[in-house]
Design a protein around this ligand. Structure first.
Ligand code: 3PG
Length: 228
């Protein structure tokens, strides 16, 4: 991908593709880099290939580098809030970045490093500013706190060209309602790989959760009907 591909109007081409691969992107907080490989294997085995490792722990960058070696895994870095975060994620080999919001500095760094970015927005104005810079695939954050499915339904009217990955407060109970919306491609959430299961090394339980999350694709396809 060349730098020009990352400038408007194609800034979201790759993240759009990634968000179409599975209905759920697990949001991972990794305390111990030694858990990275079995965790990634467990999630991919359950049908979730796109993984977001948050840059909130000292182990995160090493975890990204390790997880990239897992066949079928597409590993991105989350919680990018500064240019330095983007640079470190890029050096660790992150395939994409996720940010809770967006700043000019962050967008510039992502474009300069050719890093596909899923930037966060919670309001129409934030979404419109990102759209003007070529981003039409956005993280809707914090999903539940910012109004949940009613807010996304409202945004679909005036801004149908924007697709969202809602994240923040998504659970197995409410995920299907989000995925049923025409302007939602996938959701993000930490429930698939909670810290206690990771700490215990209960990879079978995580694969089971991933499998359940991956099966949400069916309800999304069914409830979308003619919207495709
Ligand atoms: C985050 O950045 O922590 C994500 O929004 C995950 O939120 P969740 O823990 O509510 O799934």
């Amino acid at each position: 991908m060349t730098p020009t591909n990352m400038t408007p109007p194609r800034a979201s081409a790759e993240t759009r593709r990634l968000c179409s691969l599975a209905p759920v992107i697990p949001v991972l907080v990794i305390e111990d880099a030694d858990t990275a490989l079995p965790l990634a294997r467990a999630l991919v085995a359950g049908g979730l290939p796109v993984l977001e490792v948050t840059l909130r722990t000292p182990a995160a960058l090493a975890a990204i580098t390790a997880m990239r070696t897992v066949e079928g895994a597409i590993v991105g870095a989350g919680t990018l809030v500064s240019q330095n975060d983007v640079r470190k994620a890029h050096e660790a080999g992150a395939a994409f970045g996720v940010s809770p919001g967006a700043t000019d500095d962050l967008l510039q760094a992502a474009a300069a490093m050719n890093m596909p970015l899923l930037p966060g927005a919670a309001t129409a104005s934030e979404a419109m500013r990102l759209l003007a810079r070529g981003y039409d695939m956005l993280k809707f954050f914090p999903a539940e706190g910012a109004g949940g499915t009613p807010a996304l339904k409202s945004l679909a009217g005036p801004l149908p060209q924007i697709t969202f990955c809602p994240t923040g407060g998504i659970t197995p109970d409410n995920a299907a309602a989000y995925l049923a919306l025409p302007n939602v491609a996938c959701v993000g959430g930490s429930w698939v790989a909670p810290r206690d299961l990771v700490a215990r090394g209960d990879w079978a339980a995580i694969t089971a959760r991933a499998r359940q999350a991956a099966s949400l694709a069916n309800s999304r396809a069914n409830s979308r009907g003619d919207h495709g």
